[in-house]
Design a protein around this ligand. Structure first.
Ligand code: AMP
Length: 170
């Protein structure tokens, strides 16, 4: 199946000049959604890790089904003010603005190996911040996976030394 057909371009959202990659058509199609999750899982079949870390909110939609299918726990990284317990937070730049992400301090124990999953790699700022949060808590990043990569933005350059996988690229 050509999964790219299910990713829709929305020009000038959320800001003038940004072409937003809308994954909702993929989520809505039962076969396409399943094939996307299955292919992500296939890539990590032999990976050694303890948890999947998903980035709010679209990273949850990809990471959570992977975690269930792979028999692993799921750890959320969230936007500010959402996590109720003691948190560690990190500020970062986004393709369209700046933001902060947070994780529960007790979500990761030293030595835990995690896969980080998000829907899309753009500038890489979000994932680089997520890597810092995980490593600051003593975790190890076993891999970083996306549904879609905007190669032109060179997000990979911020993630050298890590195994970075994208199901689709442009
Ligand atoms: P970045 O930190 O620049 O790699 O941005 C990645 C995060 O922002 C991901 O969580 C994406 O969901 C979102 N994002 C950034 N640019 C786009 C885009 N052009 N289309 C859809 N989502 C985007």
């Amino acid at each position: 199946m050509d999964l790219k057909k299910f990713i829709r371009d929305i020009p000038n959202f959320p800001k003038e000049g940004i072409i937003f990659k809308d994954i909702t058509p993929l989520l809505k199609d039962a076969e396409a959604f399943k094939e996307a999750i299955d292919k992500m899982i296939e890539y990590y079949r032999d990976a050694e890790f303890d948890y999947i870390v998903g980035i709010e909110a679209r990273g949850f939609l990809i990471g959570a089904p992977m975690a269930i299918e792979m028999g692993k726990g799921f750890i959320p990284i969230r936007k500010p003010g959402k996590l109720p317990a003691d948190i560690l937070s990190k500020d970062y730049d986004l393709e369209y603005g700046s933001n902060r992400i947070e994780i529960h301090r007790d979500a990761i124990s030293p030595g835990d190996r995690v896969l980080i999953i998000d829907d899309l790699l753009a500038t890489g700022g979000t994932i680089a911040a997520a890597v810092e949060l995980i490593e600051e808590l003593g975790g190890q990043v076993a891999g970083i996976g996306f549904l879609y990569e905007l190669s032109e933005l060179k997000g990979r350059d911020l993630l050298t030394g890590y195994d970075v996988f994208s199901l689709m690229k442009e």
